[in-house]
Every structure is written in structure tokens, then in C-alpha cells.
Design a protein. Structure first.
Length: 167
């Protein structure tokens, strides 16, 4: 997901505790890898990237994990009056290019990106667990929520395994 991850955990000094903790840390990293395969917009083969490339106006079945994070993101979108919006990928890409090229995007590029952004362009169907994009070229960016979700999932593995002193 475009970041470095470090897990710190304390589990005592006995060999059995060390072995158990080592196994749980591996499981936590494996869980983060699983979630990256779902949520990352840096991976062209992630479930999120496949959704972005899927055709518009067609309900796309997605995993429970991806659908759940879309639902949570939509709740945050509503609670923040649209300030938190995972559909802003096209605009975020414009600003990343601007920073790289040291040039603001043209009004035309900006308008085109804006027309492909906004949660009003997404339909979540809870019953069928599908996501429908109303326009082509939408790009989703979980940068504001995905890493925290993955960190919480990794921490849950360590805590459930009996090692609550973890970060």
C-alpha cells in the first residue's frame, strides 16, 4: 500500500513465548499482505485496481473485505460532509503529477478528473455485495483508511494470540 510496516511486540524471554510470538508476527504480516492484495491502488492486480478497471454501469461482485471498507468509507464520507472520499483517485493522481512535473494541471484535466470523482457516482448494493460505478475511469484511493485497517487487523492477530503489548 505504498508504505513500510514495522511490527513491534513483546512476549517474554522464554523460548516457547519467543517461538509463539514469532509465528504470530508472521501471521500478522501475512494478513497485511492479504489486505494489500485487496486494497492497494499501487498493485495493478489488486481487487481494488480490478474494480477500477471494470466497466461502468455494471454491478461488480466484490469480497466481503472490500465491500466492508467501501461501506465504512461511505459512512466517513457522510459524517465528514464529503471531506473524506475514497473516490478522489483521479484528482489525487492529478496533484501527484503536478508535484512531479512542477506544474499545475490544466483546467481541462482538472475538470475531467473531477467528473470521475465523488461517492455520488458509486452504488453499493448490500444485498448482492456489489459495487457499481456510474462512470468510466474512476480510481479509488484507500490511502486515508487502508493502512489503518491493515494495522488494526495485524494487531488483532497479536492480541488474540495473547500478546497485547504490540504495536
Amino acid at each position: 500500500m505504498g508504505t513500510m510496516i514495522t511490527i513491534r511486540a513483546w512476549g517474554g524471554t522464554e523460548q516457547g513465548q519467543i517461538d509463539e510470538l514469532t509465528l504470530l508476527v508472521r501471521k500478522a504480516y501475512d494478513r497485511i499482505t492479504e489486505l494489500e492484495q485487496i486494497f492497494s491502488d499501487y498493485r495493478s492486480d489488486s481487487e481494488l485496481s480490478l474494480l477500477a478497471r471494470a466497466p461502468a454501469n455494471q454491478p461488480i461482485p466484490v469480497s466481503a473485505e472490500l465491500f466492508g471498507l467501501f461501506e465504512t468509507s461511505f459512512e466517513l464520507y457522510q459524517k465528514t460532509d464529503g471531506a473524506f472520499d475514497i473516490t478522489m483517485g483521479p484528482l489525487i493522481r492529478q496533484w501527484r503529477l503536478s508535484r512531479k512535473n512542477h506544474r499545475l494541471p490544466s483546467q481541462t484535466s482538472f475538470d475531467r478528473a473531477k467528473s470521475r470523482s465523488g461517492f455520488h457516482l458509486v452504488v453499493l448494493n448490500t444485498e448482492n455485495r456489489t459495487i457499481l460505478k456510474k462512470v468510466e475511469g474512476m480510481i479509488f484511493d484507500f490511502g486515508g483508511i487502508g493502512k489503518g485497517y491493515a494495522a488494526d487487523a495485524a494487531l488483532a492477530i497479536l492480541r488474540e494470540g495473547g500478546f497485547p503489548q504490540s504495536l
